[in-house]
Design a protein around this ligand. Structure first.
Ligand SMILES: [Zn+2]
Length: 394
């Protein structure tokens, strides 16, 4: 064992660069400030046999970072378990799609559609080039809703076939699966267009807009305009140019479609985007065909396995589970903070590197780490956890 836990310098909050006595000379001895949860990470790696101790783990990170030869290492056991979402569904062999509902969504309108898990919503271009905004709520709890941010992080700004629509933290569950997408032209970068957007940008005091159309469609289920959330924008072609989101004309034809399969019971709310003064729908407003099906066996089989975790929290797990009805905010005088402060207590570990590894690390230090960090300990922590994330993350 080359590692010794030494002087426990406890600070809560930030774990910034460590000042050590050995910073001015190439040295095999480096002091590393680690939070309790970083210490736990190291302990998990040693228990898994990735290294015998912190010094060996650091040496492995330095060597593999130098060579670029990262091995994928298994995630440690977590609370993960396979979701049983499709177990209750009719999955008899050979079962075909069954049309349950069909209608044409006209310009300036939207519709709130109840969907059971295992149903498919097909949105199909009639004339072509029409954008649809789409909201999605858990039918069992409207506070669980589609989240563009989580979806964008996992699937990029243009989700397509094979991607999921996810709910916001702390729920973070898959809500719908993109079963088919004939064009690959969807967006999670732009928020819904709104009345004020048209007035403030273009001077219209009255203009069709997705926020108001969504609000009116959702009113059938008692939701308020505040409950409209940022949308999944179907058939909306977007890009980022010089850090700014841009809308492009779209190139969709009659028959082009997106199919969304519900993996929980949802209220699905598509609407015809109200923009006829932007390239979103090529400067016109057109109807779209909407169909709801009971999924076929093949549809259900196309959805990859989903996993459930204890960290996907429901109201029963919340410290404050009650939905407020009073609009003004007032401080709770009995409030006591309950943050995870013990997880960020920092202690300093002394790491001894063998001469060969120390020389590799010195090269890293000279090649860039020293420009970013004031102390070798902070640099070594960067190397260690960059390696850890690259080898253990999904
Ligand atoms: Zn719109």
């Amino acid at each position: 064992m080359n590692t010794t836990a030494s002087s426990t310098a406890t600070t809560t909050g930030s774990s910034t660069a460590t000042t050590t006595a050995v910073d001015n000379a190439p040295s095999r001895t480096i002091e590393l400030a680690l939070t309790a949860q970083q210490q736990e990470t190291v302990a998990r790696s040693t228990i898994a046999g990735e290294a015998s101790d912190l010094a060996e783990l650091a040496a492995r990170a330095i060597r593999e970072t130098t060579t670029g030869e990262f091995s994928r290492l298994p995630m440690p056991a977590t609370t993960r378990r396979k979701s049983a979402w499709r177990d209750d569904l009719t999955t008899s062999p050979g079962i075909e799609r069954e049309l349950l509902e069909e209608f044409v969504l006209e310009p300036s309108t939207g519709r709130a559609i109840e969907m059971a898990a295992g149903e498919v919503l097909r949105l199909e271009q009639i004339e072509g080039s029409q954008c649809l905004d789409f909201n999605c709520f858990s039918l069992a709890d409207y506070r669980e809703a589609f989240h563009t941010g989580r979806t964008r992080t996992l699937h990029g700004i243009n989700p397509t076939t094979g991607d999921f629509l996810w709910s916001a933290p702390p729920r973070e569950r898959a809500m719908m699966f993109i079963l088919a997408d004939s064009v690959g032209c969807n967006d999670v970068l732009f928020p819904r267009c709104s009345a004020n957007m048209y007035e403030s940008v273009y001077g219209f005091t009255r203009h069709t807009n997705c926020a108001d159309i969504q609000a009116e469609a959702q009113r059938e289920y008692g939701l308020t305009p505040d409950d409209v959330h940022d949308s999944f924008n179907l058939f909306m072609s977007t890009e980022v140019v010089d850090g700014m989101p841009r809308i492009r004309r779209q190139d969709t034809a009659p028959g082009d479609h997106v199919e969304l399969l519900a993996v929980m019971d949802v209220l699905a709310v598509p609407n015809i985007c109200g923009s006829d003064v932007q390239p979103t729908s090529n400067y016109s407003l057109k109807p779209v065909l909407v169909q709801r099906f009971r999924a076929s066996e093949a549809d259900l089989a196309a959805v990859p396995d989903l996993w459930e975790y204890d960290s996907q929290r429901a109201p029963a797990d919340f410290t404050q589970p009650r939905i407020r009805t009073e609009r003004a905010l007032h401080r709770d005088p009995s409030y006591v903070p309950a943050f995870l402060t013990d997880a960020v207590v920092t202690s300093v570990e002394t790491v001894e590197l063998d001469p060969e590894t120390a020389a590799l690390f010195e090269r890293m230090w000279d090649d860039g780490l020293s420009a970013r960090y004031g102390a070798r300990g902070a640099g070594l922590r960067d190397v260690l956890f960059s390696w850890w994330a690259a080898t253990h993350g999904h």
